[in-house]
Design a protein around this ligand. Structure first.
Ligand code: AMP
Length: 512
């Protein structure tokens, strides 16, 4: 064990099985059969499960280097086991966003063409509805249930082998898969480890969905790679989060604005025992100051992680010890990252001015998925331009101040208006449309659709119900507009582009 592992990710877990064998790797709560039970696996057992799942993937499904293995389910410890097994085999693990509609998932599968789709019971009907040439499906329990023959030869797996494929919707409305190599994941783990300053005895509570790099790669995988224990929940629940902090004496966790608020609004928040926490990290969108203050008032600092699916994601970090002094700021680039704030001409902006955040770092993706394996698609000379606007202070501290890309963030989920607009415009009776994000107390932002009727009979008879019905089966629920606004025309620029800032101002009663 260990010496013959060529995959850098697998080699690290083989090593941890020896150095941290009896220490808890994962404690998992929320299994479909026994939802309240805390399943605990030490690093030695975690590695034995990796060996077993590797053998199963090889013997039963003939998974080869470069094959994609898709995962559709709530968080489960086997998801991490399967990821490391894929790393060993040089295969590519591909977690799917279970909040997407079948049609959206199908688009992703058509692009990535996985050979195997692993699912839990809850998502079995969706898995059955998805198709693909040669696509096999299996329940996650089958990965570990039978002892598959061992000893099949292991492939050589270099550090630049792709190991993780995560889809994100693009500004055009089409899904794009960010490809991360094993070296990318290790670099991201180094960035995360420095961001959190993991120490012996740390225990991370992970409750955000691991189909996002946020749930998977900000704390969960980096903690395990550092030999730090993870308590994993199948899904976030504010009461369960509060209870678990005390029950498992967890020291760190990651929340997004919607979950920070759910914790603050929970009736047990005022009295909950949270003294084991040395801090909470937050990200995914700008975080309301009141939430930060409420945690700080209880002596729990809230740091920040900024990044995107493409950047690993850990890129800009406000460490816990910096959090009180720089509340509301996003922080500093991690040690191996170059961050440039650029204007529309691509020039670096001076201190104090807003520019697009561009990042070059060893944890930035290798490129977007291309079936022919083309390298670097979506990057310019290794730089990824995020479409977010940042502003830098004299001391280098960066604050995210807005977005240059057309995107809405609702409860931590990205919504690209183009996706919804592309669908609305195909509906007979819709002459023009625009989707905007409007402020919302609970979700941060919610999508709102502005529609112009066509002059014909279809336009005159179009009802709100027909609009919603058109969208419901085609996009995820969280993307459905919360409001439909009917106008006679949309404000446009001289080039005919819809002027969303003007529309936004009109709907919110503010100045553009
Ligand atoms: P995703 O690709 O789903 O990880 O989403 C990335 C986007 O989330 C970024 O482009 C930002 O717009 C936003 N984001 C992530 N972290 C932060 C943060 N700490 N502060 C503000 N916005 C953030």
């Amino acid at each position: 064990m260990g010496a013959e592992e060529t995959s850098p990710i697998a080699a690290r877990f083989a090593q941890l099985a020896q150095t941290h064998g009896t220490q808890t790797a994962i404690a998992f709560r929320g299994d479909e059969q026994r939802p309240d039970h805390l399943f605990t696996h030490d690093f030695a057992k975690f590695w034995r499960r990796v060996e077993r799942v590797t053998a199963h993937l090889q013997a039963s499904w003939q998974i080869q280097p470069g094959d994609r293995v898709a995962w559709l389910g709530l968080n489960h410890e086997l998801q991490l086991v399967a990821l490391v097994a894929c790393a060993r085999l040089g295969a590519i693990f591909m977690p799917l966003n279970f909040r997407l509609a079948v049609a959206e998932l199908q688009q992703v599968l058509n692009d990535a063409t996985p050979s195997l789709l692993v699912h839990d019971s809850l998502h079995a009907p969706v898995a059955a509805a998805l198709t693909g040439a040669g696509l096999c499906r299996t329940h996650l329990d089958a990965l570990i249930a039978s002892a598959a023959p061992r000893g099949l030869p292991m492939p050589e797996v270099p550090g630049d082998a792709p190991v993780l494929l995560v889809y994100t919707s693009g500004t055009t409305g089409l899904p794009k898969g960010a490809v991360h190599t094993q070296d990318n994941l290790l670099a991201n783990a180094r960035a995360s480890q420095a961001a959190h300053g993991f120490v012996d005895g740390d225990k991370v509570l992970s409750t955000l969905p691991m189909f996002h790099v946020g749930g998977l790669c900000i704390q969960t995988l980096p903690a395990l790679l550092a030999g730090v224990s993870v308590v994993l929940h199948a899904r976030f629940d504010a009461g369960a989060w509060l209870d678990e902090v005390d029950a498992s004496q967890t020291s760190l966790s990651l929340l997004v604005p919607a979950t920070l608020r759910a914790v603050l609004d929970h009736p047990r928040w005022p009295l909950a025992q949270l003294s084991s926490l040395r801090g909470v990290m937050a990200g995914s969108s700008t975080i309301p100051a009141a939430y930060l203050q409420a945690f700080h008032d209880r002596g729990i600092p809230v740091g920040q992680i900024y990044g995107t699916t493409e950047t690993g994601p850990v890129s800009i970090v406000l460490r816990l010890e910096q959090a009180a002094a720089r509340m509301g700021s996003t922080g500093w680039p991690h040690a191996e990252a170059q961050v440039a704030l650029r204007n529309e001409r691509g020039e670096q902006v001076p201190v104090g001015q807003a520019g697009e955040v561009c990042i070059r770092a060893p944890n930035v993706m290798r490129g977007y998925w291309q079936a022919d394996g083309a390298v670097g698609v979506g990057l310019q000379d290794g730089w990824f331009c995020t479409g977010d606007l940042g502003q830098q202070a004299e001391d280098g501290c960066i604050t995210i101040v807005g977005r240059s890309k057309d995107m809405v963030i609702s409860g931590g989920e990205n919504i690209y208006p183009a996706e919804i607009e592309n669908l609305l415009i195909t509906l007979p009776g819709v002459a023009e449309c625009a989707v905007l994000g409007l402020p919302d107390v609970r979700w941060g932002e919610v999508p709102v659709a502005v529609l112009v009727r066509s002059k014909d009979a279809a336009g005159q008879s179009l009802t709100p119900e027909a609009v919603m019905q058109h969208l419901q089966s085609r996009i995820a629920r969280f993307k459905l507009p919360r409001r439909l606004v009917w106008l006679d025309s949309l404000p446009k620029s001289a080039l005919g582009k819809v002027q969303k800032p003007l529309l936004q101002a009109r709907l919110t009663g503010t100045n553009p």
